[in-house]
Structure formats: C-alpha cells, structure tokens
Design a protein around this ligand. Structure first.
Ligand SMILES: Nc1ncnc2c1ncn2[C@@H]1O[C@H](COP(=O)(O)OP(=O)(O)OP(=O)(O)O)[C@@H](O)[C@H]1O
Ligand SMILES: [Mg+2]
Length: 313
C-alpha cells in the first residue's frame, strides 16, 4: 500500500465559489497528517468528499489505494470518521450510541462487548457511559465522536477539527488521543485551523487556503524549506551609513533598514550569525547596545503563505 488518501485534481464548486480547487492530496500510510487552513479554506468540503457525503465536480480519489467512484461504501469500511462538531442524539446513553454504530458496522454482540468498553476507557469516558449524551460536556461529546470513529478498527481515521470548541485541557487530551491512535498503527488525517495543534501532533501537513493546497510535506521539510530566513534587530549607540552599507554587502544579509538607532537586518538564513554581524559593526567603530534575533516560526510561514494568496479566488 502506498497511500491512505490520494486525490488528483479534486474540485468542488458551490455555485460560483470554488471551495476545493484542483487539490492533489497525498497522505502516506502510518502518518499523522494535518490538514491545516483558516476558516472557509475547504477542509470540511474535502473531508465530506472523501467520505462520500459530497460529490466532487472534478478529480479522482483513492482511499487505502482503492479508486473511489460515487459512494463505494465498501471502500470506506476501513475508514473511521468524526464529523466537525459531532452532535449525537441527547436521549441516548454514551455506550448505547456506540452499540448502535457497532450494529451498523455489522459487529457481532461479542465484538461490540469487547470493543466498546476498550474505547470508552481509551477516550476517558469510562464510568460515564451510562449517562445520557445530553448531559455530556462538549469535550465528552467530542471524545465520544472519536470513540465512534475508532469502532470499526479503521486503518484510516479522519477527524474533522477534533479540538473545535474544547478548552485547553480538552485540547491536550485530544492530542494525546491522536498520538495513541497513531501508535496503534492507524493513519490519522485531521483538519484544524490551529497551527500549534497540528505542529504538536502531526508528522505531515498540507496547508490549504481558498481551496488551494499551498504546501504539503513533512513538518520538518515545510519548516526548513519555507523558514530559511530570520530578522535581527540591532541597536547602535550611534548609527552610521557606513555600517548599513557594509552590512548590506554580507552574503547572508538580504536587506538592512535603519530607523533611528535601530537597524532591522533581514537575513537569508536561520543560522545564528550574530557573531559575524557584531564583528563587522565593531570593525567599523560601531557600538552595539542590544541585539535581538527573531527566527521565523511556522506561524509566520503560515501567515505569509495565506496572505500571499489573499487576493485570489
Ligand atoms: N453547502 C454549501 N453551500 C455553499 N457554500 C458552501 C457550502 N458549504 C461550504 N461552503 C463554502 O465553501 C467554502 C469552504 O467551506 P468549508 O466548510 O469546506 O471550509 P473549512 O475549511 O472546513 O472551514 P472551517 O475552518 O470554518 O470549518 C467556504 O467559503 C464556505 O462558505
Ligand atoms: Mg470545517
């Protein structure tokens, strides 16, 4: 098997709006792949297409290396899915809901009897399984949603914004759950609009904005490919044009902007070049009062990527 998910040229339009635009998505087996993008980027639309809940206008889909056409429900038997903000019938008890889903998956009484308590324990709902879902907090409902997505022992688990609406503690719990699911050897594809969440739990990310994939790679590659720059702020006792011009000539400097006693030095590298800068300034008789190196974070990269395409439709 090569890919858990593979789409080519996936496109979905809602009237004149192209919600998903020629999306080529590749999710390798055994990875935790984050589908990252701001509100309205097209994440839920893509996921609904993968799950057969929406029909694409163009493009092909393979799930677990099987070409999907139309519904093809059997191709999705090994896929677990938690929709965005799952809301289950309030009058059911937690375990009842899982039991109903289990029956729908064709699980035997024995299989359900083994699997459901295991999952309730895993998602931290043990002891609350006989309470009505109507009495569950948002976090508990979200965790019940995750249990539901794991019921059929899926090879691929698709979670649409699993941390949405959760408090910081709930978010940490969900991240731990995702790690546990991955440890069991399942591929996880999760959408999120929160960069730090994706950064902490995913091995790979695809950044989507206005339906277009802007980047897709391992976290490390995205980081090193796109964040090969940083900014150095240097405060001088007495600024001089000679220093500014000399710094501009250094191979690793892309630009220098003086502002009063402050120099903003744009660097082409993420390496710490403060010693070389300091040497150059001192050589020319300058006196450094302070120096502050700001590396580019993934957050900066994300913002840069999405603002660059901000005007496009
Ligand atoms: N049923 C619909 N009819 C018309 N437009 C829709 C429909 N569903 C979604 N859209 C639009 O398609 C775009 C993508 O929406 P989608 O829900 O896929 O984004 P998302 O990335 O999941 O956003 P969020 O982070 O807010 O969940 C948005 O501009 C949205 O307004
Ligand atoms: Mg969404």
């Amino acid at each position: 098997m090569k890919h858990a998910i593979e789409t080519v040229g996936l496109t979905k339009r809602y009237g004149s709006l192209t919600a998903v635009n020629k999306l080529d998505l590749k999710v390798e087996h055994g990875t935790v792949h984050g589908f990252l993008g701001p509100n309205g980027a097209g994440k839920t639309t893509t996921i609904k297409i993968l799950m057969g809940l929406l029909r694409p206008d163009e493009g092909t889909i393979k799930i677990l290396d099987r070409e999907i056409r139309g519904d093809t429900p059997e191709a999705r038997l090994k896929v677990g899915y938690m929709p965005e903000l799952p809301r289950f019938p309030k009058h059911l008890k937690g375990w009842e809901l899982l039991d109903i889903y289990g029956k729908m998956y064709g699980m035997t009484t024995q299989q359900r009897g083994e699997q459901i308590p295991k999952l309730l324990e895993m998602v931290g709902l043990k002891g609350r399984e006989k309470d009505l879902i109507g009495k569950y907090s948002k976090g508990m409902q979200q965790r019940l949603g995750i249990a539901q997505a794991l019921l059929n022992e899926p090879e691929l688990v698709i979670l649409d914004e699993p941390s949405l609406g959760l408090d910081p503690v709930g978010m940490v719990e969900v991240r731990e759950l995702v790690r546990e699911i991955a440890k069991e050897g399942r591929t996880v594809f999760l959408s999120s609009h929160l960069l730090f969440e994706v950064e902490q739990v995913c091995t790979h990310i695809t950044i989507i904005h206005k339906g277009v994939a802007l980047a897709s790679d391992t976290i490390q590659n995205i980081y090193s490919k796109l964040s090969g720059s940083s900014t150095l702020h240097v405060e001088l006792a007495t600024p001089s044009d000679i220093i500014v011009e000399a710094l501009k000539k250094l191979s690793f400097v892309s630009d220098v902007t003086p502002d009063g006693n402050m120099l903003t030095i744009e660097l082409k590298t993420n390496d710490d070049v403060r010693p070389q800068i300091s040497q150059e300034i001192t050589k020319l008789g300058g006196v450094i009062v302070s120096m502050n190196l700001k590396g580019q974070t993934l957050e900066d990269v994300f913002m840069q990527l999405i603002t660059k395409t901000g005007g496009e439709k």
